[in-house]
Design a protein. Structure first.
Length: 56
């Protein structure tokens, strides 16, 4: 089951998100918001979840 994320929604998990059209992906960082989808009817889906790293 894939969850679709809307633009402006807060990213909660590090990981790779792909547009539902499959032509664009980006690396999401928690605390930021999702950008506009790659295409008009697209939505973001999580493809790979990464372990969150903390840097000091």
């Amino acid at each position: 089951m894939s969850t679709n994320f809307m633009p402006g929604q807060i990213i909660k998990h590090y990981g790779v998100y792909r547009c539902s059209c499959g032509n664009h992906e980006f690396f999401g960082v928690s605390g930021r918001v999702f950008p506009r989808p790659h295409c008009a009817e697209g939505a973001w889906e999580m493809k790979h979840r990464s372990r969150e790293e903390k840097f000091f």
